[in-house]
Ligand binder design. Sequence first.
Ligand code: ADP
Ligand code: GLC
Length: 496
Amino acid sequence: MHRILFATSEVFPLIKTGGLADVSGSLPPALQALHYDVHIIIPGYQDVLTAIKQKKQIAEVAIPEHNATISLWETRLPGSHIKVWLVDFPPYFDRPGNPYHDTKGEAWPDNADRFALFARTVTAIALDQCDLSWKPDLVHCNDWQTGLVPALLSLVPQRPATVFSIHNLAYQGLFPRDTFDRLQLPEQWWSPEALEFYGQISFIKGGLCFADQLTTVSPGYANEIQTPEFGHGLEGLLRHRSTSLTGILNGIDDQVWNPGTDRYLPNPYNWKRLEDKQLNKTALQEHCGLTVDPSIPVIGLIGRLVHQKGIDMVLHVLPELMLEPVQFVILGSGELEFSKQLQYLAQSYPQKLFAFIGYDEALAHLIEGGADMFLMPSRFEPCGLNQLYSLRYGTLPIVRAVGGLADTITDAEDETIKSGIANGIVFRDAGPMSLLQAVKRALDLYRKPKIWKKVIITGMRQSYSWETSAKQYGALYDKLLRSEKSSNDVLLYHSG
Ligand code: ADP
Ligand code: GLC
């Protein structure tokens, strides 16, 4: 049984800011079901360590570069048998709130040190230096917070294989040169071939340059990031590594996102009992103080309020859309300016627009269950999970044709409707007018109940199981470990 150490900065349900947590909470159990022995490792954030009652300290690890000794705690991923290891170092992780920034949204000033310490600990465990009687065959890293791990491991000839998954290339972990010096990284890494990126140190380049295999979370995004439009300056490097780069689509965790069993829905339903969805719509309208009327279409939006998600475009078209017979429910947190404008608009149209600024798991489920449509006008979208949840919940996705959105949503046109593959509304240009037109097309479709139902049911019956995705990750692991084994055999042969 192959042993996999899964390193991530967030995992649902212990700590979540976005889709990375959903993936980290779902992929390891799906891999375990395929007989991989997976352990998850995350930083020991204050909120997590305080919330977990069942935990034990299993090791102390000295990290000399940080003049630190960390405590390693062990717990289980709720609802599974998967071990989660928590890297506890109070000066770095014992602080309230978000893993990456303070309550004002400012990045923690010591983020480089925090995630370098995390990476050094992961590396020590990967090299079996902590007396844990468990040595991974492969380390699977995720996003810039774990980027230094493949780099540090590359310095050791007899080491586990490494996979680095890109969930979002826009976040790169860039820090000034003096950070590079302070972290005591090998001088040869200060080069464009390694960690240097236009005069700064880039944590994500640790993964991109040094991991044995790269993945990203949809085939579409895997192609896009090799172009200047989506590559954030890293497109050349990604093209160079294209033979080791694969796109594997995220899945849906059926235990968490299933309209038939969702504990947050007053009226669970499925594609055969679509009329019950209406009851959730009423509950949503009541919850949000909107006019309760089943005939008014409700459009939901959940997400980080940032440029990536096209929130500025939504703000631009909302006043015009308020003239239509439609209601909006928006849930998100992020940039202050977007939050303020949304709240202002919500106050101006209390019967038609509800905006909750903050994080609310229960409301997220009620929106998916109660809304008729779901809006995702992203500028780029590595995969996107809410459009998948929306398909499952019979909530028509209105999306821009990028990344994972383009890979999963088929526009409702005469042809696609006839052939039974239409499952949403798709638009191309990243401009408010295209967005407006797309919403109007969705409203038109809503007025044709027979076709509407057909399109909705197509989405509800599609399968985006984690099992399918986990099998693809498993095939990659197996391939890497086979070639690793043969190169180690060669090494052993030559050494005697
Ligand atoms: P990203 O990872 O870029 O933020 P995804 O679509 O992959 O986007 O995943 C976002 C996840 O975070 C979804 O599970 C979504 O429901 C959840 N989410 C985002 N913002 C909020 C919020 N304010 N409250 C509750 N859940 C949220
Ligand atoms: C990122 C991306 C999102 C993706 C998620 C999980 O945060 O923005 O598109 O679904 O990671 O992979």
